[in-house]
Write a protein that binds this ligand. Structure first.
Ligand code: DX5
Ligand code: ZN
Length: 213
C-alpha cells in the first residue's frame, strides 16, 4: 500500500517543516487538497502555496482539485509538474479532453468520484486515466468519518480495470486509518490518502507505517 498524507491537516504555520517531516517519515506522495469555496464549502490553497509545498517536498505531489471551472485550475497547477492532477467527474463536461490535455503536459491525469457517483460512470474513460480516486467522505474537510460503501466500489472498480485491461491505480481518500486500511487493501486499493490519522499522531513515521501493509 502506498501512502499519501494530506497536508490539509498539517500545521500551516509550520508548513515547510510539516512537509519535510512526512517525506522523511515515509510518505510516498504528498496529497494537496485544492478547494474553491464553490464545488465544496471550504477554501484552501492556490498555486503560490502549493509551489512552496513542492519546494519543501522530496516526494511527488498528488494534487486533488475540488473546484468548479476545472480546466482553469488544471492550467494553474500543470507548471508545478505534480505526479497526479485529479479532478471530479461530477464537475467536468469534457473529462476525456481534459485528461488528454493533462497528459500532453507531462502529468498523469486522474478522476475523482464522490461517494454517490457510480463506478459505471468510468466505463468509457478508464483506459485514459492513470488513477481513480474514490472519495470515502463527502469532500471538503479533513477528519470526517469513513463511508464503508467505498469498499464495494473499490472491488467494482478493480473488476472494471481488469475487464478493460486498463493501467490505472486505485486511491481512496477520507477517514482512512490504521483500522480500515486492511479492508481497503483486500478490496484492491493501491494508495491511501490520510490527513487526520497521520497529522494527529505524535509519531508520523509510526502512523505511516501502520498504513503500509
Ligand atoms: C477531503 C480531502 C481529504 C482530506 C482527508 O475533502 O479530500 O484529502 O484531507 O482527510 P482525513 O484523512 O482526515 O479524512
Ligand atoms: Zn483529498
Amino acid at each position: 500500500m502506498y501512502v499519501a498524507p494530506s497536508i490539509l491537516s498539517a500545521d500551516f504555520g509550520r508548513l515547510d517543516d510539516e512537509v519535510k517531516a512526512i517525506c522523511e517519515a515515509g510518505a510516498d506522495l504528498v496529497h494537496v487538497d485544492v478547494m474553491d469555496g464553490h464545488f465544496v464549502p471550504n477554501l484552501t490553497i492556490g498555486p503560490l502555496v502549493v509551489n512552496a509545498v513542492a519546494k519543501s517536498s522530496t516526494k511527488p505531489l498528488d494534487i486533488h482539485l475540488m473546484v468548479e471551472n476545472v480546466p482553469f485550475f488544471v492550467d494553474l497547477f500543470l507548471p508545478l509538474k505534480p505526479k497526479f492532477i485529479s479532478f471530479h467527474i461530477e464537475e467536468e463536461k469534457h473529462p476525456l479532453r481534459l485528461c488528454d490535455h493533462i497528459r500532453k503536459n507531462g502529468v498523469n491525469p486522474a478522476i475523482v468520484l464522490n461517494p454517490h457517483t457510480p463506478v459505471s460512470s468510468l466505463e468509457y474513460i478508464i483506459n485514459d486515466v492513470d488513477m481513480v480516486l474514490l472519495m470515502s467522505v463527502n469532500p471538503g474537510f479533513g477528519g470526517q468519518k469513513f463511508i464503508p460503501s467505498v469498499l464495494d466500489k473499490a472491488k467494482q472498480l478493480r473488476e472494471l480495470i481488469e475487464s478493460k485491461n486498463a493501467a490505472c491505480l486505485i486511491e481512496v481518500d477520507g477517514g482512512v486509518n490504521g483500522l480500515n486500511v486492511s479492508e481497503l487493501d483486500e478490496a484492491g486499493v493501491d494508495i491511501v490518502v490520510a490527513g487526520n490519522f497521520v497529522f494527529s499522531s505524535s509519531d508520523y513515521a509510526e502512523a505511516i507505517k501502520a498504513l503500509k501493509l
